[in-house]
Write a protein that binds this ligand. Structure first.
Ligand SMILES: [Zn+2]
Length: 247
């Protein structure tokens, strides 16, 4: 190939290369074990209203008092990790936080993503280092689409991100959250640091979160307004069927 052919080919490729997220590595703390994401550490005061199903590869956590009694209740990181996503993904998801965890199992380092969805408020930033049990947000309704609950997932496949429809909802891509946590309450090798890959999934055109200052202002406005939600008793069923994915 002549030299100028090479440079023209490279110039044509540049926009393509720029659009593909470049994998990177960051240092984070190895998890020393995992806790439940609500009522920490054992989910005291909560129950799973819906478990891991073929169409629902996660668990829905609700307060024992029912209805929206858990609206605004704290949601906690299940273990040490690194925030890879903290945005409003809209549609059926609403506010979502994704945390990447690295942990030691059978003498090897393994990586998983924990997902916290339909949050009323997000209290962490992308790129933030997170400690086990740290509050990451509050339980929400995704703008009144559901009775307040936490949708929670643990992913083996680090390419899922918020593009769940592109992946099989089975145990090749996911863990059953309850089983995963129960089997890993205490883990060896926790506390030291290790490298994890980031930018392993596409976030499409989901808008970046507002700056802290504007977020604070919009949170203040939201709190000043009365809740548009009807009392739980007026609702016909726990989950409204929506036109998006069943989450
Ligand atoms: Zn769910």
């Amino acid at each position: 190939m002549r030299r100028w052919h090479f440079w023209i080919a490279l110039l044509c490729l540049l926009p393509v290369l720029a659009a593909v997220p470049q994998p990177e590595q960051v240092r984070t703390r190895v998890a020393d074990g995992f806790d439940q994401p609500v009522g920490k550490p054992e989910a005291e005061g909560y129950y799973t209203s819906r478990g891991f199903l073929s169409y629902h590869p996660g668990e829905d956590w609700n307060g024992l008092k029912g209805g929206n009694s858990d609206l605004g209740a704290p949601v906690f990181a299940i273990g040490h990790g690194y925030v890879t996503f903290a945005r409003d993904a809209r549609m059926g998801w609403g506010n979502v936080v994704l945390i990447r965890h690295i942990f030691m199992e059978n003498g090897q380092l393994q990586t998983v993503d924990s997902m916290y969805a339909h949050l009323d408020k997000i209290l962490v930033r992308e790129g933030q280092q997170i400690t086990r049990g740290q509050q990451v947000g509050t339980i929400g309704t995704n703008r009144g689409m559901y009775v307040a609950h936490l949708h929670f997932e643990i992913r083996k496949n680090l390419n899922i991100g918020i593009n769940r429809s592109a992946f099989k909802r089975d145990l090749t891509n996911y863990y059953r959250p309850g089983q995963f946590i129960t089997a890993r309450r205490t883990l060896p090798g926790g506390g030291r640091s290790a490298m994890i890959a980031i930018n392993t999934y596409s976030i499409g055109n989901i808008a970046a979160p507002p700056t802290d200052e504007s977020k604070l202002r919009s949170n203040a406005r939201a709190e000043a307004k009365p809740s548009p939600l009807k009392p739980a008793a007026e609702r016909k069923s726990t989950f409204r069927v929506n036109r998006f994915e069943d989450l």
